[in-house]
Design a protein. Sequence first.
Length: 338
Amino acid sequence: MPAPHSTSTRRPLPRGPLIVGALLVVLALIVVFAVGRLTLAAADAASAAAPAVGTRILASSTSTAARASVSGGGARETAAADWLARQPTTVWLTPEGDPIDAVHDRVVRLADEARGQDAALSVAVYGLPDRDCGSHSTGGLDPEDYAEWTSRIGRALASAAGLQKIVILEPDSVALSPSCGSLTERAGYLRTAVDNLSGPGTWIYIDAGNSAWHPAEEMAELLRATGLLSSVRGVALNVSNYQDTASEFAYAHELSDLLGGTHAVIDTSRNGAGPAGAQWCNPAGRRVGSEGGSYGDGVVDTNLWIKPPGESDGACNGGPAAGAWWPDAAIELTRGLV
């Protein structure tokens, strides 16, 4: 049976409110789009800017300090590890810990973590063939694998758009080359790495030892011989060492004068008590230095924590293997702070 026909009529809605509502929706969409564009533009601008005073890098939840803080050690060890885990510190990528088939995804996760902290990502790439010339950090990849490994790191960095990325390239590689007798060979490997790692928002600093290692004129000549200075932001100084900040600033300025204005970053992660003479491998009595992003000038972009405090320099002065967590060192480096 057909439904009865209704004789009631519906009044048409006024057109004015409909038009106003539609305009408000359009305006809201425009505002959302504009805010999104501004946010992306701000992120791109931040990534395009070189590191500077105030730069804050990632404090990764995957650091050795973070793992040690939940490993169930003694109270002093745990307190030191927990404090260090909260400090923005460079993440070291090594083929031993981050092999070829895993390093891309590791860097992607680190980039996501950095975004979550509104921080830059700082990584030390440390896998050069014959890396430490048979010393405490012996190892590294063969040339073909090194090219592939750095290529995968580079692709992961490139995928992290809108993020400021800092690369500390191959600590000790140039400074060790006279004793290894391999500067030309090493320069070729470093060129491969620079080509693979370069990209928008990525700032590369090639390691250049420290003020107590090579005189500035000698280090400048070594750096020139690599042919890389025009392809990188500058040099990294005092990595994994203990020279005081003022000495490293002076050294950075000497190098810059000799090299036509190259920039620098300085590692202050463990130089709070200055050097222990010529002792560089796990010297006693050291302390963490100034937090990253504290200092800089026209030559030194800023200071950073590059060597993770609490990790051993090698099997010397009571320490475990290079890069291994050493609770006693963590406690000593943080004395008076925790």
